[in-house]
Design a protein around this ligand. Structure first.
Ligand SMILES: Cc1cc2nc3c(=O)[nH]c(=O)nc-3n(C[C@H](O)[C@H](O)[C@H](O)COP(=O)(O)OP(=O)(O)OC[C@H]3O[C@@H](n4cnc5c(N)ncnc54)[C@H](O)[C@@H]3O)c2cc1C
Length: 287
């Protein structure tokens, strides 16, 4: 018992110390400010993570003082002690600007990885990933892990972006499609210019009519806090249990969706609701 207590104290002290990682590669993915950064962990502590977890990057800003912001892992290797982050450079965000300006060889201070796991607890559910922008990062981390551990899993990814110029990482999605035999994905653009892509609008508008049934599905909602809050509320309203909805908002965390906004999404489920979905909803709401 005494030994256990000592060990725990020791680890919690280590966890509070900042860790260090060195940038080994950077790639500008879009002109709209999306970068993919690769790091080597250069401290002595173990590096373990599960998809969905984030590292918190620290810095002391010359004007603003101490700042820390979390970034979900896009990928990494525990054995090689590496990780990647998919970062949107937000002009008014000091940590994101700092990350965007890093050059190969620069060292950053971070804490973690920590946060919730995205690994599905149920074996046979159909995973529906709904992400906006850099919310693709943790989804890609999950997809890579499942490609290794559960390559037959049924998975559909809906990636919401604003402009055609925001589109990137198509090679990676195509590679995942080859490795995960039941994986499909769609991009939905909220400000398209032409006929492409087939899904046009916010994912809260375009996705609900596409879901033929809900009782076999587990949902993952990541990034834009407005989307996460509105979609999460609508899914609960149409009967999806909270245990099957994973939510991680990157910004606008405090958004409280209006009744009208949630009802608009619910109606989109109902417009094309099959008898099966209707039966499912009745079953859950009466239980
Ligand atoms: C759990 C978690 C995981 C995250 N993972 C990622 C990630 O993988 N990649 C990533 O780029 N960011 C991620 N973020 C957001 C990130 O932590 C920062 O908020 C962001 O980089 C803004 O930079 P900042 O911290 O310097 O400024 P902040 O002061 O945190 O933010 C400045 C402003 O930018 C807004 N903002 C933050 N992110 C965005 C965005 N993507 N689009 C538009 N406005 C935004 C904030 O709401 C705020 O108003 C995550 C946030 C959380 C809570």
């Amino acid at each position: 018992m005494g030994h256990l207590r000592r060990t725990r104290t020791h680890h919690s002290k280590i966890a509070r110390l900042p860790r260090r990682a060195q940038l080994t590669a950077r790639s500008e993915l879009t002109e709209t400010g999306t970068v993919l950064l690769s790091f080597d962990v250069i401290d002595e502590d173990p590096f373990r993570f599960t998809p969905g977890q984030f590292v918190a990057v620290d810095l002391v800003h010359p004007q603003l003082g101490y700042r820390r912001s979390p970034y979900c892992l896009y990928g990494g290797s525990e054995a090689e002690r590496t990780f990647q982050l998919l970062v949107r450079i937000v002009r008014e965000g000091p940590v994101s600007v700092f990350l965007g300006d890093l050059e190969v060889g620069d060292v950053v201070s971070f804490r973690g990885p920590s946060g919730h796991s995205m690994l599905p607890r149920e074996r046979d559910t159909h995973l529906v990933l709904m992400c906006t922008g850099v919310g693709l990062g943790p989804c890609r981390c999950l997809l890579r892990r499942l490609a290794r551990e559960d390559p037959g899993r049924r998975i559909t990814l809906f990636w919401g972006l604003r402009l055609e110029e925001d589109v990137c990482l198509l090679d990676e999605l195509l590679a995942l499609e080859r490795e995960l035999v039941n994986f499909t994905w769609e991009i939905s653009l909220s400000q398209p210019r032409g006929e492409w892509p087939p899904l046009q609008g916010r994912i809260t508008e375009t996705v609900p009519p596409l879901l033929e049934r809900l009782d076999d599905k587990q949902f993952y909602l990541t990034s834009n806090g407005v989307m996460v809050a509105e979609m999460g509320a609508a899914l609960r309203e149409v009967g999806v249990p909270g245990s099957r909805i994973y939510e991680e908002s990157f910004f606008d965390h405090r958004h409280r969706p209006s009744r009208e906004a949630v009802q608009r999404i619910v109606q989109r489920f109902e417009t094309d609701m099959t008898a099966e979905v209707r039966a499912f909803r009745t079953r859950y709401s009466s239980g």
